[in-house]
Design a protein around this ligand. Structure first.
Ligand SMILES: Nc1nc2c(c(=O)[nH]1)N[C@H]1C(S)=C(S)[C@@H](COP(=O)(O)O)O[C@H]1N2
Ligand SMILES: [Mo]
Length: 306
């Protein structure tokens, strides 16, 4: 069963109670010591039928084991080095083939958003995975609001460039800004969200504050963080990892246990937090979201068009 139909179930129901209680007091304690404001705001969302019923990873797993090369390439670099990043004020430039281009402030985006909790499996191309209780809204809602023109076929995204706040950008690890893209039908799929929170709190810096993409049937690198620009285009946009090594990182990069990475198998994955002796789990086609997205790729050979 790919996705639990779990309307009415709160994530706390699927998290061991002791974990939930200690996490709760931790968050409350931390929050009261900080200044009020969007960065510490409550960020709750309505439950969704798209959530998995698998237990979410702990807040600690999700916020200390990250990929965010703007803060360094080590898994602990984003949590260690993102303390000076300022996710507010924030605006997203939306341009290209849209009726209402412009700079949209985060408050304005949130005021017009129907926030939901989406508990999604998350599978990195490096063959580890987690389950994350995101709070966010469907990208399609924002795109419909700005009016996508009929000639648009792709959506391009860019991460902010702020070397003074993002030490990894002072090095040439990647070609900044980090860029990603989706085909328009992928962007409009209801599973595709812009996340602004996790575990009922505003998104931590290391997870892509204040707004990041989450595309749960694709490898994690497609889920671009700290977005400042969304462009509607008629051509496939250049994307960071694909530009760096197209043989290893395709534009589509749908999770696919049958298409190995040239340097490792994609048939199974390590669930982060499972402990050293935990068994690897089988990787699922489209990360288990095939019922929702397989039809997007009818007629496409995903072994060649990866
Ligand atoms: N801007 C930006 N976005 C990014 C990355 C990055 O380095 N820079 N890493 C990607 C990769 S490889 C993964 S697996 C996920 C990790 O998200 P998480 O740290 O919230 O688990 O973010 C993706 N988005
Ligand atoms: Mo990744």
């Amino acid at each position: 069963m790919a996705i639990g139909r779990r309307i009415g179930l709160d994530w706390s129901d699927v998290t061991p109670k002791s974990v939930w209680m200690s996490r709760r007091s931790l968050l409350v304690g931390a929050g009261s010591m900080m200044l009020a404001g969007a960065a510490q705001a409550k960020m709750s969302g309505a439950p969704s039928a798209f959530s998995t019923d698998e237990p979410p990873n702990s807040l600690e797993d999700i916020t200390t084991y990250n990929n965010f090369y703007e803060f360094g390439s080590g898994k602990e670099d984003p949590s260690n080095n993102s303390g000076n990043f300022k996710p507010q004020p924030w605006a997203v430039q939306i341009d290209g083939l849209v009726d209402k281009p412009g700079s949209y402030g985060l408050e304005d985006i949130l005021a017009n958003a129907a926030l939901e909790e989406r508990i999604y499996r998350f599978r990195c191309v490096e063959a580890w995975s987690m389950v994350v209780p995101w709070v966010g809204f469907e990208l399609s809602a924002l795109l419909n609001r700005v009016g996508v023109q009929p000639s648009a076929k792709f959506v391009a995204f860019e991460t902010v460039v702020r070397p003074e706040e993002m030490p990894g950008q002072q090095q040439g690890i990647l070609d900044w800004p980090y860029r990603e893209g989706l085909r328009l039908d992928e962007a409009m799929n209801p599973l595709t969200i812009l996340a602004t929170g996790l575990y009922d709190e505003a998104l931590p810096n290391q997870n892509g504050a204040p707004i990041r993409l989450v595309v749960p049937w694709k490898y994690g690198f497609k889920s671009i963080k700290s977005i400042v620009r969304i462009s509607l285009m008629d051509k496939m946009p250049p994307t960071t990892w694909n530009m760096l090594n197209a043989r290893e990182y395709g534009f589509y990069s749908n999770v696919n246990p049958k298409v190995d990475h040239p340097r490792w198998s994609q048939a199974s994955e390590r669930r982060v937090g499972g402990g050293f002796f935990a068994k690897r789990v089988d990787t699922q086609m489209f990360n288990g979201y095939g019922d929702e997205v397989a039809s997007l790729y009818t007629g496409q050979d995903l072994t060649k068009d990866y």
